[in-house]
Structures are given as structure tokens and as C-alpha cells.
Design a protein around this ligand. Sequence first.
Ligand code: FAD
Ligand code: AMP
Length: 478
Amino acid sequence: MADQYDVVVIGAGPAGYPAAIRAAQHKLRVACIDEWKNRDGSSALGGTCLNAGCIPSKALLESTELLHRAQHEFAAHGIGASGLKVDLAAMQKRRATIVKTMTQGIAGLFKAAGVTALAGHGRLLAPGRVEFTAHDGSKRELLAKHVVLASGSVPVELKSVPFDGKQIIDSWGALELDAVPKRLGVIGAGVIGLELGSVWRRLGAEVVVLEALPDFLPMADGAVAKEALRHFRKLGLDIRLGTKVSGAKRAGGAVEVEYADASAATQRLVVDTLVVAVGRRPNSRELLADGTGVKLDERGFVVVDDACRTGIDGVWAVGDLVRGPMLAHKGKEEGVMVADLIAGHFGEVNYRAVPSVIYTAPEIAWVGQTEEQVKASGRPYKVGTFPFMASGRARAMEAGAGFAKIVAASDDDEILGVHIIGPMAGELIAEAVLAMEYSASTEDLQRTMHAHPTLSEALHEAALAADRKAIDIPNKAG
Ligand code: FAD
Ligand code: AMP
């Protein structure tokens, strides 16, 4: 007889595992299937985010930023730090240990919540019916009142630059290198390309980033993107915009990359390792049997409404598998929303307040609309900007680069977007997200007391600057 569940979740990444845990909190009988296998053959929960994405990248960014600060900032504090040595094996071991601890943590959470974890492949046969293939190849059918598809995404492979797993690698490979390449090429100046490029640059690699688009970080606010490009180039990232890669091949122990530069002339670049970071695509491999009725769009995303319903009763889809930004926290909120809705509770995701963070130095974070988007919308607006150079805390941290910027409606004062480049931007943005969640105005932020001296004062002062009421910087005339 088939196993019976209230909810079967396919995928235990940051979208799937919270769906499973929340459903179990609602006293539903839940199973979560995940097929992730590490390079050593072991299975692990947590998906891309924990095993090959957010967490390992942040571990390496933290280690290498410490190195960079020791090399370039300690002197300003009066600390001599000569003879610094990098033990890459130890750095990588730390990264691997963090990942292992976190993924085992999810196994522990499943156990505590009563979620049945099944290691292997899940496939929706029909609404209410899931085929589970264990890693040993044995199959069985699970019956479920609800199925949540959370199979995530995989790296996009360029046809002309096929991965070889050694010198032409994806982002996962780039997180697990055991030696610093002398010359590293990165295709794609998106979030992942910039984070990985920063890690290996700080460890001493010569890094060239090839980006097809003529504009840098087009999804970010223009002023932030401009400031970011300046800092990344200062770090030594050789970012070449408007360069479209047309092929790469192994030649004499190196990789020869061919690309068209901004004037369409063909150029060659020789590197030791090439990271292809040109985006990710939804992972719907062997996910749906014929005739389930679940629709995929032309790019392979499962089509869902705002509540992550597929339109087929009892079948839901969340995370990178569906429209919207490919971010762990967006998937998490969708997973929780779906589980709440399944249990008959209220559930909603506010897609207008999804924060984005790039964990480089300086760090970049934003929520809501960019100034360019607000301008294009035609709504009258005002802008307040506060440079970290004027923040006592930032100066004390030797981290005066960057600024906080607020874009707000001039008619009703609503905050439309907040953009931060500077120290702890990813933490600071949380206040802006909360403000936008509660439809706060700049006046609300202006009247909120911020501890002194903290980085958060930058946001407070930016809100004041929007009305030319800043205290700690001269207000712009006008
Ligand atoms: P995934 O995390 O991809 O998980 C899906 C899981 O489902 C996987 O374990 C997969 O093996 C499993 N699976 C797939 N199909 C099946 C099947 N049929 N049966 C069983 N199991 C299946 N996002 C952030 O928000 N912040 C960051 O800092 C960040 N950094 C990143 C850095 C890198 C290098 C990368 C690559 C990504 C990063 N991301 C970051 C993006 C983030 O990892 C994804 O948005 C997130 O993991 C998506 O979650 P998900 O649960 O939808 O899918
Ligand atoms: P993201 O989708 O944010 O991960 O970013 C991927 C980046 O890779 C985008 O900015 C793309 O413009 C860029 N890209 C895609 N294909 C190519 C290519 N063939 N050569 C150079 N850059 C590319």
C-alpha cells in the first residue's frame, strides 16, 4: 500500500524545508523528498543555498574579507600585520564544516517537527500522487492531499562554453577550489559572479569579469551601481562590460576564452580557471509525469499565481522553480505561505518588499524601486542620501565608503525604495523592509530614534535628508 501524507514537499532547499516544517507545525503529516548529493556521494538537506550557494559563499567572503582588511586596513588602526599567511585548506575546511553543521541542523529540525525526510528523487505522477525513487533505485508511491514542488534551480550552461568540472566550472565548483588560480575568468557580472570574483581576487588571483551587458548591475539603483563599480575596480576586479563570450577551449593547460568586446571586435583571454556565472534556470528535470496539468512557461518556470497555486488542485510550487527573484528568503516566505494556506490559515508574500543583498565589500542592499524606476513611473519623488563618511560608527570601523539612499513619493511621503552601499548594508536593509512592509513614510523613519553611534543612523539621516532636514550633513539647496 502507498504511504499516505497530508503534504509531500519535493525539494528541501530554503523554499521546501520551511514549507515542510510549517506544515508539520500545523499538525499535518509531512514528507520532504530531496535528491541532493555532495561530491563525496553523501546526501544533504538544504539545497543549493546551504550546500553550494548562500552559506558557503558567505563563509569564504567572510574569511577573505578578513584577510583583505588585515592587509589593507590594519595599518590605519596602528596594527602591524606583516607575514600574513593563507592556509586555503583550513579556510575551505571551515567552509565545509559550516555547511555540514547547517545541513545537519535541518535534519534535526525535521526530526523535531516530525517531518519524514526521504533521500532520493520525487516526481509528481498526478495530483495527490508522487513517485519516490530512493538513491538505491527502489521506487514507491506516496499519496498526498497536497504536493509542494520546490525543486529549485541549476546553473545555466553556455553551449559554447561547456563545463568540464576542472577548469571550466560553475559557481559550486568555484566555491570548492583547492588552489588559488593565478588567472581567473568569470563570465557574468551578476551577484554570484561578483561575489566569487571578490573571493578569489582577495586571495590573490588576477580576475577578469566578462559581462555581456553594457551597464553594470542594471537591477540596482544607478548611483549604487556606479559607486560599486568604482570600488570593485579598486579591488582589482578587471570588469569588462559589453563583452559577449562566444566560446572557450582548453589549450596548453590553460583556458582560452573568445569574446566580442564593446566594439564587436573579437578578443582572446587566457585564464587558468573559468567560472561560468551567467544565471540559473528552474530545475524541472523529471519532476512532472505527462498529463499532470501543471504548466511550465517558455523558460521552464512552473506557472503559479500570487499564492503559489499551480491551478491544479492540491499542487503548489515555490522558490527558484517559480517566477520572481531567485533568492533564498523569497523562497522561504513562499514555502511558509503555502503551508499556512494548506492548513487553512492566512498566508501572503509581499513581493514589493523583497530585499536584495550582494555580500561584497562594500556590501550592497536594496528594497523597493530604484530611482530610475520611480522616475520612469512618472510619480513625483524626492531623494535623501547620507554618506557613510559622515557616520561616526562607520569611520570608527574604517568603513566610510558608500551611502544610504531613500527614494520617497513627494505627494504622500511613502518610502518607495531604499538603496545602501556600505558596511553591513545587508543587515541595515532589514529596517527599510520593515518600514515598507508597514507602508511607512520618511517622516515615520525621521521620528524613529536610532542609537548613536550606529550604522543605522545613516538610514535615519537619509530619511531626514529627503526633506532637507539632515543634521549631520549639509542639506542640498533647492
Ligand atoms: P534549491 O536551493 O535549489 O533547492 C532545491 C532542492 O531540491 C535541491 O536540494 C535539489 O537537489 C532538490 N531537488 C530538485 N529536484 C528534485 C526532485 N525531483 N526530487 C527530489 N529533490 C529534488 N540567495 C540568497 O537569498 N542569498 C544569497 O546570499 C545567495 N547566494 C548564492 C550564492 C550562490 C553561489 C548561488 C549559486 C546561489 C545563491 N543564492 C542566494 C540563491 C539561492 O541559493 C536560491 O535562491 C535558493 O537556494 C533557492 O531555493 P529553492 O529551495 O527554491 O531551491
Ligand atoms: P545573474 O543572472 O544575475 O546571475 O547574472 C548573469 C550575468 O551574466 C548577466 O548579467 C548576463 O548579462 C551575463 N551573461 C550572460 N551570458 C553571457 C555571455 N555569453 N558573456 C558574458 N556575459 C554573459
